[in-house]
Write a protein of this length. Sequence first.
Length: 103
Amino acid sequence: MITLEETKEWLRIDSDYEEDDNLLLSLIATSQIIIKTATGVPKNFEQNITLSDSEELSELYKMVQRVLITDLFNEKSTENKALTSLYTQLELEYRRCLNNAKS
């Protein structure tokens, strides 16, 4: 999962600027819910997969969060094709990791 500091860095918000911190924390939590709904990948997905798969899936999850949080922060209402593609990639990678963990 992405941290507040990583989110601020991604959005190019000064780390000392705290005015938007509560909003950003809310967007981080919201992004986890949206990702779970869109892909079936829970925020604690690391518990369900092998350690060797964890790093790659974690980076993909964070990228989905970054794109989603950017859209939410900037109040974009149009469909984001990159985000739709990332959802699909994350869902497929998570399923692959689950299958690896079962074997």
